[in-house]
Design a protein around this ligand. Structure first.
Ligand code: CS2
Length: 483
């Protein structure tokens, strides 16, 4: 089976879409940090659309550590196949990535790219933990990568450190700054990133920090498209259904959404013409998406795993679990959202539940269950705190948090890998669990970087959580009946 490459594009099945522009002529105007599946399913897709309308929107995709993506894509001229999975699948070759860099060996080339005046936009998908922020959203100077970058600013290892060094070189050279677009599931992502970058810059040069605060745009965004990890089943399917093998194809649902705060400090594509929403207020969008999609996703991941399911669609096939999640969205989460934002929440909720049930997608619960300690604060704790402040019951909202705790214990019990930045601490807590709800919950509450004092100090929340934790001892079904 021939492999995907520029030379082999003609061997593709006729209904596979190809890049609709002259790739060789397209200049690199974008640098992206974190070339994972979501980036290639989302931002790289949108820049591929932008390139078809003209302009230098090609991408240099950089990984700070792993060389896997670079080594998979370079042999195929950085091309890859995107599969849009619904009842009927569509395939498309994405050509927007023109350069891939990875690891310390490519750091000099990456910093040169950031300093290059042709680079006008920098995007990133490095997951919640990649920002090195504390629970209060400020930069964690005790984080080993940030401590390194304070000591060696010209030789950064963190995302924040690379942004500071790239901007420092532009500042010194009198080059206009690039716009920095965070594309991760963080509340107020761009603004938090902007403050973190300025805080690190302040440690080396007050004038640089002042310039960053005054001149560099860090728009807030909402990003959305369900993107399961690539597996061998997808590779086999792509090869047989497109005619070319691809080292690392990407799969996602057809739905994709990008909302960007209309704040730029350099040129940008005509985003509106390619389906991106530009707005002065992203808050209602990202709050609704994080709370109504990502919160329930984590809920399904932990309750579904404990109930023995493997995928989101499988779990949605369970009427008790699907019904619980729908009630959670309508009755417990919706009241915390901006009711004047012009968003039809019942319709948005039905659309999300239909996307969860999409039979064309095998989205593993185990993938969504990763990084619970970094995800739950953004996805559930804000909602819980506001319901508590409103004097509302939080029994339903406490159940997914209790399920996460039982999920940690299940990892201890079956010895399988726990993917989480705090895995050591969590497994230690899990090993110390006895099943006594009060005692076990106390153990987890010791994680101050995860559980804010507003929750651990709230008696109503503690009572609801301990009750949910105890109910889950009888299994998920019993807990759903008893909650
Ligand atoms: C998921 C997200 O893995 C996860 O945690 O909840 O990746 C989710 O699929 C996306 O945010 C959807 O836009």
């Amino acid at each position: 089976m021939p492999t995907l490459s520029t030379a082999n594009l003609d061997l593709l099945r006729a209904d596979v879409a190809r890049p609709a522009y002259d790739r060789d002529a397209a200049g690199i105007g974008v640098v992206h940090f974190g070339p994972g599946a979501f980036f290639r399913a989302h931002q790289a897709f949108f820049f591929d659309e932008a390139l078809a309308k003209g302009g230098n929107w090609a991408i240099c995709a950089a990984a700070l550590r792993s060389t896997d993506v670079r080594d998979a894509l370079r042999p195929q001229d950085n091309l890859y196949i995107l599969a849009e999975l619904e009842r009927e699948t569509r395939y498309r070759v994405i050509g927007s990535i023109k350069e891939t860099l990875a690891g310390p060996g490519d750091r000099a080339a990456l910093l040169d790219r950031l300093a290059n005046p042709d680079t006008v936009i920098v995007t990133m998908t490095v997951t919640e933990k990649g920002y090195c922020l504390k629970g209060d959203g400020t930069l964690d100077f005790d984080h080993p990568d940030i401590a390194h970058d304070v000591a060696e600013p010209l030789n950064p290892v963190s995302l924040i450190g690379h942004l500071v060094e790239g901007l420092r070189r532009r500042f010194k050279a009198g080059t206009a700054p690039f716009t920095v677009i965070s594309c991760d599931n963080l509340v107020d992502n761009g603004h938090k990133l902007g403050r973190a970058v300025a805080a690190l810059a302040e440690r080396q040069d007050a004038a640089l920090a002042a310039w960053i605060r005054a001149e560099v745009a860090f728009p807030r965004t909402m990003v959305d498209s369900i993107t399961p990890a690539t597996d061998d089943a997808l590779r086999t399917r792509v090869a047989s259904e497109t005619g070319l093998s691809d080292n690392w194809p990407i799969q996602r649902e057809r739905f994709t959404q990008w909302v960007i705060e209309d704040k730029f400090c350099n040129v940008r594509p005509d985003f509106a013409s390619i389906g991106v929403t530009l707005t002065n207020d992203v808050s209602a969008y990202d709050r609704a998406k994080l709370r109504l999609l990502n919160g329930p996703h984590s809920t399904l991941a932990y309750l579904g795993s404990l109930a023995g399911y493997e995928t989101v669609a499988d779990t949605m096939g369970d009427a008790d679990l699907a019904g619980f999640v729908r009630r959670l969205m309508l009755d417990d989460i919706r009241p915390t959202l901006n009711q004047d934002a012009g968003i039809d929440y019942p319709a948005y909720i039905d659309a999300i539940l239909a996307r969860f049930a999409n039979p064309g997608i095998r989205h593993l619960l185990s993938q969504i269950a990763w990084d619970g300690s970094a995800k739950l604060p953004f996805r559930l704790f804000g909602t819980i705190a506001e319901r508590l402040a409103a004097g509302a019951a939080v029994d339903n909202l406490a159940l997914p948090v209790a399920a996460w705790m039982h999920f940690i214990r299940s990892k201890v019990a079956d010895g399988t890998k726990l993917t989480d930045p705090l895995s050591d601490a969590l497994l230690t807590i899990g090993r110390a669990c006895t099943g006594d709800a009060h005692r076990d919950v106390c153990g987890f509450f010791a994680l101050e970087q995860v559980f804010p004092a507003a929750l651990t100090g709230n008696a109503a929340f503690r009572t609801a959580l301990e009750r949910a934790y105890g109910l889950l001892d009888g299994g998920v079904k019993a807990a759903l009946r008893g909650i």
